[in-house]
Design a protein around this ligand. Structure first.
Ligand SMILES: O=P(O)(O)O[C@H]1O[C@H](CO)[C@@H](O)[C@H]1O
Ligand SMILES: O=c1cc[nH]c(=O)[nH]1
Length: 289
């Protein structure tokens, strides 16, 4: 039996942070960072059957072209991905009455619709980028043990050597997207990329307002890194952690990002609303195919 301090349920029998009951979750899930983005997606649903909110975690479950989908906001950052993915997994794979892991496990499809900054001039603003691979500079996955078959260690080593990595930072790890989802959601409208996931928006993504950086050349080094056929394309704050957690727990994950800024050219999208709406419609239609 999993103790009440570990599997935390509300008096209504819902999982603690997401405030959802197992019956309220679809097996196809869209995650977004911004809680406000949830309704920008569910407004396209034919019907909405569940709305829930606790802290930054807003959920709408409904149907799009007949397909049952849950849209959930994760808030910003890898630490929230730990919460959301453990609770999503618990909703389908733990019997809440008995507080036991189910014998038959369910695999979820989890697709992020996010925003991201392009690193090199060719990753232009308003592009839709499918993250084929992600490099995690956060440390969430290092608290788990089943990572041996998940991490691409040769890739991570090449990255660490190239970056002259600060030993005070956590050890970078590399994880791939689910291949079937990555193929299904790629088309002539998307580009494929290798995404950096980091723990902050400013210093950790090489942005300077007033605070000086440990490595002033961090983004230049990122943009000159090459390993096998991969170059780094963009920076954001959730994808690698999602890929790691999903693989560890037996789910399929993919991250789709609207490029809103280009760090090399110093540009920002003139119309983030339209670019995000295009990505939302594109993703919903791919899910419904
Ligand atoms: O727009 P979302 O999905 O939140 O994604 C990006 O935007 C946030 C930073 O502004 C981070 O969460 C980053 O990953
Ligand atoms: O530059 C960017 C843009 C969006 N989100 C990020 O994390 N970074």
């Amino acid at each position: 039996m999993i103790q009440p301090s570990e599997l935390i349920l509300t008096p209504e029998g819902k999982i603690y942070h997401l405030d959802l009951a197992p019956s309220e979750l679809a097996t196809t899930i869209i995650t977004v960072g911004d809680p406000d983005r949830v309704k920008k997606i569910s407004k396209y649903f034919d019907s909405i059957e569940v709305t829930a909110q606790h802290r930054e975690f807003v959920t709408h479950t409904g149907r799009y072209k007949g397909k049952r989908i849950s849209v959930i906001s994760t808030g910003i950052g890898p630490d929230n991905i730990d919460i959301v993915f453990n609770e999503l997994d618990a909703l389908v794979n733990i019997d809440f009455e008995r507080r036991e892991i189910k014998k038959k496990l369910t695999s979820l499809d989890i697709i992020r619709i996010g925003t991201s900054g392009g690193l090199t001039p060719d990753v232009k603003v308003d592009t839709i980028l499918v993250s084929a691979l992600a490099i995690g500079l956060d440390n969430v996955m290092h608290y788990y043990s089943k990572t041996d078959k998940i991490f691409k260690r040769d890739f991570a080593k090449a990255f660490i050597d190239h970056m002259d990595w600060n030993p005070d930072n956590s050890v970078p790890y590399v994880v791939a997207a689910n291949k079937e989802l990555s193929e299904k959601f790629s088309s002539e409208r998307t580009i494929r990329g290798c995404t950096i996931t980091n723990v902050g928006f400013y210093g950790p993504q090489g942005r300077v307002l007033r605070a000086p950086l440990w490595d002033q050349n961090i983004n230049e080094k990122l943009s000159t890194f090459e390993y096998k056929k991969y170059r780094i394309t963009n920076l954001e704050m959730e994808t690698a952690t999602m890929y790691g957690m999903a693989r560890m727990l037996g789910h399929r994950a993919l991250s789709m990002n609207s490029i809103i800024a280009n760090r090399a050219t110093g540009t920002f999208s003139q119309n983030t609303k339209k670019a995000m709406d295009d990505l939302i419609k594109y993703t919903l239609n791919k899910i419904a195919e």
